[in-house]
Structures are given as C-alpha cells and as structure tokens.
Design a protein. Sequence first.
Length: 301
Amino acid sequence: MEEKAQRCGVIAIVGKPNVGKSTLLNALVGQKISITSRKAQTTRHRITGIRTVGAAQFVFVDTPGFQTRHNTALNKSLNKTVVGAVGDVDLVLFVVEAGKFTPADAKVLDLLKPGIPALLVANKLDEVNRRGDIAPWLQEMQRRHAFAEFVPMSAKNAKDVERLFAICEKYLPEQAWWYGPDELTDRSEKFLAGETVREKLFRFTGDELPYTSTVVVDKFEEEPSPKHGRMVRIAATIVVERDGHKAMVIGDKGERLKRIGTEARQELEKLMDCKVFLELWVKVRSGWADDEARVKSFGYE
C-alpha cells in the first residue's frame, strides 16, 4: 500500500471573545495549552498548538478575540495579533455560536482575506434547542461570506473534533512536517506558567477583577532533583491596576492568593511532569494597559 504524502499547514482559529476558541484549540491538540475562563479577553497571545494525525500535521493558531470595545494600547496589540494571524495561513476556522451572529462577529468576519479558504465552525451546537432553526441560519451565513464548508459542532464532543480534523486535512499543502510528531506547542514552559497563573487568577476573581490584570514570570529556574527527577522554581508577579484589586486578589488572610497558587502549581506539575515550587506576588501598576511601552515590556507583541 502506498504511503500517504505528508501534509502540513497553518490553521487560524478566529472569532469574537468567548465563542470557545481556546476550548476548541485544547480539544484539537488533546491537551490544555490555551487558557480558558468565562471571562472575555482571556487569550491574549498568538498561541500555536500542534497535532499530528496520520500523515498530516496541523499547526493551529489560537488568536485573541477581536476587541471592539476598549481602545487601549493592550487592545490595539491584541487586534494586531488577530489581523497578523489571519493573513498568513492555509485555512481559517471562523468560530461562532451556532444560530447566532452579532455585530462583533461581523467585525471579525470583515478581517477574512479573499483567497484563503474559511470554514464556518458553528460551535456550541449542544446548546441549540431546535436543530431545525440551524438550516436557515446557515443559508444566511453563506450569503455573508463564501465559506468553503460549514461545520456545526461542539468543541466538547470528541467525535465532532475528529470530524473537524478530517475536514481540515484536505486544505493543508503537501509538504514535510515542521515539528516532531509528539510536539504540542511552540510556546515555552515559562510562557505556559504565566498563562496558567493568569487563568486561575480570572477563575477565582470572576467579574470582580478587571481584565487589565496580567501575570509576569520573574524567575523560571530548573534544577535536578534526586527525589523528583526534575524540579522547577517559578516566581511570578500578578500586576493589577489599583490597591483595591490587590486586596481582592490576596483575599482574606491571603486565602485567595494561596488558592490561586496551589491550583496553578498542581496544573503545572501535570503539564510539565515535574515538581514545581511557585511563589506569587501582587503589585499595583496603574494605567499599564494604556501605556504602549509597558504593554510591550509585559510580553505583548
């Protein structure tokens, strides 16, 4: 039997905030590499997830949700990331909630470049009560953009995710793989450490904490450990805008900060397969999200 030629290509996952892009990326990669929370604007970087299935290597790019509300230096940086990602790929997955289309979705749709095939991923299909309503909605979506294919699905359904791979494969160019067959992301462990702390921060503060809070990893040191094989010491700073936010993150007698640290440490130990020591600090830097130089210094492109 003739071996299939290798295929490899870049697939951008785009959509407005909170449509399930990061959940979809994690499902496609088979491991959590992009942080998820119910808070909009959780993803802030171009995160690459890699999955090799059979002869095809899929290089997924999860982008921040395109921002239309706050015109800060942070949001301009996020939007630049989205626009950059959409222009240089083999395929676009345009993610929307099945049966819905908002002005925010329309703004992202306007970014799609002619000549690059786009699939309409109608996510959260499990939340649609009447499946019969989807057909007229799909016709309306086809009028808005010449989508190559429609994929109604739920990112939480393993069969739907497998089907998406089969659909995407034919759009990938025939070429040698760029990464090893077991690689899952091009992001460093240090980057993933900061993202994991940020996810727990948002998860435990809910809507109380403005999204203009970030995490900076100050120290990431690896050392051999006779007992654990490998040990990593991480020190990270949670940056907030006001003293009140700092008190909120720390919590009563430091309880909330301790909980954020414990959950982040446990997740990182699983992710990196080693012993982790994690120290967290909280600092106030008011107005950082409006300061272009500071946005760059905190690692935003």
